[in-house]
Ligand binder design. Sequence first.
Ligand code: KG4
Ligand code: ZN
Length: 351
Amino acid sequence: MRVLGIESSCDETSAAVVSGAGDDVRLESLVILSQDVHRIFGGVVPEIASRAHLTALVPVARQALLDAGVPDTGKGVDAIAVTHAPGLVGALLVGVAYAKSLAATWGVPVLGVHHMEGHLFATALDHPDAVPPFTALLVSGGHTLLLDVAAWGEYRLLGSTRDDAAGEAFDKVAKLLGLPYPGGRPIEMAARDGDPARHRFAPPMLHGGQQPGDADYYDLSFSGLKTAVLRAVRAAEAAGSLDAERPHLARGFQDALITTLAEKTARAARAHGRTKVVLGGGVACNGALQERIRRAVSPFGGVVFAPSPTLATDNAGMIARAGHWRLARGEHSDASLNAYASLPIPGLRAT
Ligand code: KG4
Ligand code: ZN
């Protein structure tokens, strides 16, 4: 089965074609257009994002079809998968409206895909073994989820953030440090030159007394860490030493954040007897985070699968891959398919 995927939930306009059967699904093409315009605002401006999707989507989808050798009559495409939640509603509507029209024109089914379920499937396009059962850590600009994945479509929510998402924390701390948006990569680069002993921030929501069953055993929180960094930045500014302290502050922040993420991911894998850990979302690009999680799970035989940067950040390949699995089970949406700012992941249980 061959599926065209469309993604427009935030500031990437993307289209991709995947084909295959079962878990043997390959990427035939992937086009991602990043809306760099938001950099000058230090964050995504919803209406600008929607309008940029509107002008970019048709050429982006045409290019993805061309790269996959599919004629633009759609011959050879069996279905269309489109992100319909969660995200910026105006941005999502552009993708959903386009996907529905194209599906009607081609006479093929359309399926609405949950963006976070897409992130769960992304790594499987890079690593054929990144398939359930596994522990998943999804860390993006908008979400931070720790999940136990017994099988595709069977997700148990173990923990999530109580305030900022992990990527949001990177972005906000980058702003405090005078680094560009989005801040994850600039912080990772700056931290490489940082002294880990200079600013030791407490890893958030992490202490030895936490027991399985406690609400904070898996949950995460990053706003307190951000405030601690803010205080240290103010002190450095007052001393006129922010330029000299920047790499050390970036290192201290990153170390604290990844210590918590690695420990809680290892707790989840150990408690559920999982040896595979799958990472997803933009923050999964962080090499120090990947390394720390590897170290945390290797004592009990855990293996970590991280997506390539192209598939970690928002892309339509992951939407096509997740949609492919659901379509193969006979699922599809009808003409009432709509866009939603938030929606639970299908198949998600809280306990
Ligand atoms: O998954 P994504 O592309 O978009 C959302 O769905 O939000 O994630 C974007 C987030 C941004 O907050 C960005 O700062 C972060 O991923 N990010 C990183 C790195 N590269 C991107 N965070 C930490 N280290 C990185 N190398
Ligand atoms: Zn995302």
